[in-house]
Design a protein around this ligand. Structure first.
Ligand SMILES: C[S@@+](CC[C@H](N)C(=O)[O-])C[C@H]1O[C@@H](n2cnc3c(N)ncnc32)[C@H](O)[C@@H]1O
Length: 208
């Protein structure tokens, strides 16, 4: 599992790694663009210029696009290098260097967001940590707000097991991917919608 120093080193080469991953048409980055575009489309379809929290924004391929559209951006990432790059591109964004395995930084827990998004980052948390941060996210979401995850993901536990079998040669055992049916079990009071974007990835929308 990469720590913040690992991500610092990956910061300059990350976009290229993703491109190569897309070309390979394999797990994990096969439908990277489609996943990010779907998250973007879901935000834009509301037509509002709301508050967005991005967890693990990285080289902010998606975040910068939303920022340029006039949304207010708050971001969390533990990589100093990713933050340095992001601060130059999005000077008005509120960016926090923080490890989200400890939950949301305190400064954020009192804020309200119309969208909380996270692409290709939430898999760094195990299920217990995911439940903890999801509870915090739900508390900071406006009444009509949405949490949107884009990542390696399947609808069912069975599909995830099949996926792991298919890509066993390159499977990353240190990453814990979202399974839509688990999220619904953890939060039965929420609406959980899964949209597949490739054989191994998708977008998950959670509403209160
Ligand atoms: C694979 S990149 C994804 C970046 C971007 N969201 C995207 O879709 O391309 C994962 C990002 O999450 C950050 N990250 C990973 N684990 C983290 C943690 N425990 N706390 C804070 N940031 C973390 C990394 O620094 C990196 O910027």
């Amino acid at each position: 599992m990469l720590d913040e120093k690992g991500f610092d080193l990956w910061a300059n080469g990350y976009d290229q790694s993703v491109k190569l991953g897309e070309i390979s048409k394999r797990y994990p980055f096969v439908a990277y663009r489609e996943v990010l575009n779907e998250v973007y489309r879901l935000i834009k379809q509301t037509n509002s210029k709301g508050n967005i929290l991005d967890i693990g924004f990285g080289t902010e391929i998606l975040t910068k696009k939303i920022y340029d559209d006039g949304y207010l951006i708050t971001g969390v990432d533990f990589s100093k290098k990713m933050i340095e790059i992001a601060e130059k591109k999005m000077p008005d964004a509120k960016l926090f260097q923080s490890d989200f395995s400890d939950g949301l930084p305190q400064e954020i827990t009192g804020m309200n967001f119309d969208f909380i998004i996270s692409t290709y980052a939430i898999h760094h948390l195990d299920d217990k940590q995911k439940i903890m941060i999801l509870k915090q996210m739900l508390n900071t979401l406006t009444a009509n707000g949405r949490i949107i995850f884009g990542d390696v993901m399947t609808e069912t536990v069975r599909d995830m097991a099949k996926l792991k079998k298919k890509d066993y040669d390159i499977w990353d055992e240190d990453e814990y991917y979202l399974v839509a049916e688990n999220v619904q079990t953890w939060f039965p009071e929420c609406t959980v919608e899964f949209m597949a974007k490739s054989y191994c990835s998708g977008v998950l929308v959670i509403t209160k």
